[in-house]
Design a protein around this ligand. Structure first.
Ligand code: TRP
Ligand code: SF4
Length: 400
């Protein structure tokens, strides 16, 4: 068994570009070797802003899955699925909505930001306000503890933690909780029980986080406890109830801000992207026509790479030798801009070639793609149902 479970989702917003590849996918590809990973298409989240055109979401979903696979996300290593195919997310979202204070949702910074940005859409909807709660359900339903996201999503993960804590606090205390917890402590045996209580006190009264860690480590190694008792004791340590939902953490990676063709961050809304499936001619043309140092008007004018968007691409793609060739050649007007751009063009094409080859194979074989997703959805459903059993039980929702 893995110690950590990683989960992340992406909204299907059309074909992916180099910004997604460098900023997200390369990270997923690395993580899939290190952790149990679940990656999913957040098609319901896309609906919160594209409810007027749902069919485009359907097409983008398949295109995006092909791009994931082509980029190297490996279905033998990671579980790939589509959010709306695991209906349990909606059930958990509904149940969580009952205990979510409106103020918490209104305070999430993306709520007002996005409403102000996307003025052409009416986003004063129930679904849009609930976006972070649906995201919480996505995460909590798999008890994922690590969520790789960009900086902008950190408040959403923080929100999910608060929801998990509130849920555990409200519903994690079964009848007779205190007695059961104390009985479980006894089962640890004299020495361990004493240590457990000492560490618990040190954590609760002095806020000593290392005491909490040691107690958790001790429980992790304990063999003779039932799963229920173990969870009870984890919860008891922190003063709350039984841990039914796991508090997730954001897994922030050194944000690779892939520069776009104009030097701003690469993003569809800036119209400065190179898509993963862009053909060679278009890639070359886009880079050849990129703006350069504005002070370098004539070929004979020396330039300054620090003011040039092409240099930012060299920073991503070029080795030290090429980079010093650029520095030297640019500042002395020894090279022209077209010349300078060529190694970038070559490197991008070299990076895209194998991706495009795999994308072509998957495009020509849609059954394989469908099977990958069908398998992934089934695995995800099994995990989601396990959590929902506990959630329903904690809330008394069983009538069988
Ligand atoms: N909100 C995320 C984004 O815009 C997408 C997302 C939905 C997500 N559910 C998630 C990311 C759960 C991580 C975990 O990028
Ligand atoms: Fe930019 Fe290169 Fe031209 Fe210098 S030589 S301005 S770095 S494109």
């Amino acid at each position: 068994m893995y110690a950590d479970r990683v989960l992340s989702g992406m909204r299907p917003t059309g074909s992916l570009h180099l910004g997604h590849y460098h900023g997200v996918l390369k990270n997923w590809i690395r993580l899939q070797h290190e952790y149990e990973c679940l990656f999913f298409v957040a098609d319901w989240h896309a609906l919160t802003t594209h409810y007027d055109n749902p069919l485009s979401i359907h097409d983008s979903t398949w295109e995006m899955v092909i791009d994931w696979l082509a980029a190297g996300v490996d279905p033998a290593k990671a579980t790939l699925f589509i959010q709306s195919e695991v209906i349990e997310h909606a059930e958990l979202h509904l149940l969580l909505s009952m205990m979510t204070p409106l103020g918490w949702l209104e305070r999430v910074p993306t709520y007002k930001d996005q409403q102000e940005k996307l003025t052409e859409k009416d986003l004063s909807t129930y679904g849009f306000l609930g976006y972070p709660l649906l995201q919480s359900a996505d995460i909590l339903i798999y008890r994922a503890n690590q969520v790789p996201v960009g900086e902008d999503q950190v408040p959403h993960i923080e929100f999910a933690r608060e929801i998990a804590r509130r849920f555990n606090h409200l519903y994690g205390k079964e009848p007779g909780y205190e007695d059961k917890a104390q009985a479980a402590v006894k089962k640890l045996g004299g020495k361990k029980a004493k240590l457990y209580l000492e560490l618990k006190t040190r954590y609760q009264q002095e806020g000593d986080a290392s005491a909490l860690d040691s107690a958790k480590a001790m429980l992790g190694e304990t063999q003779n406890l039932s799963l229920g008792d173990k969870e009870r004791l984890y919860g008891y340590l922190e003063g709350g109830g039984k841990m039914i939902l796991t508090e997730p953490e954001s897994l922030l990676t050194a944000a690779s801000k892939m520069p776009g063709l104009d030097g701003q961050k690469m993003s569809k809304s800036y119209n400065n992207t190179i898509s993963l499936r862009e053909d060679a001619e278009s890639v070359s043309k886009k880079i050849r026509t990129m703006p350069t140092d504005p002070a370098r008007v004539r070929r004979t004018d020396p330039g300054e790479p620090g003011r040039c968007p092409v240099w930012q691409l060299h920073e991503v793609y070029s080795g030290d030798d090429v980079k010093s060739w650029v520095q030297q050649g640019c500042t002395t007007a020894g090279i022209g801009c077209i010349e300078c751009k060529q190694p970038v063009i070559d490197a991008v094409l070299k990076e895209l070639a194998p991706i495009q080859e795999r994308a072509k194979a998957y495009t020509e074989d849609p059954d394989t793609v469908k099977n990958v997703i069908a398998d992934g959805c089934e695995k995800a459903r099994d995990l989601a149902r396990e959590t929902m059993r506990d959630v329903r039980e904690a809330m008394g929702l069983y009538y069988g």
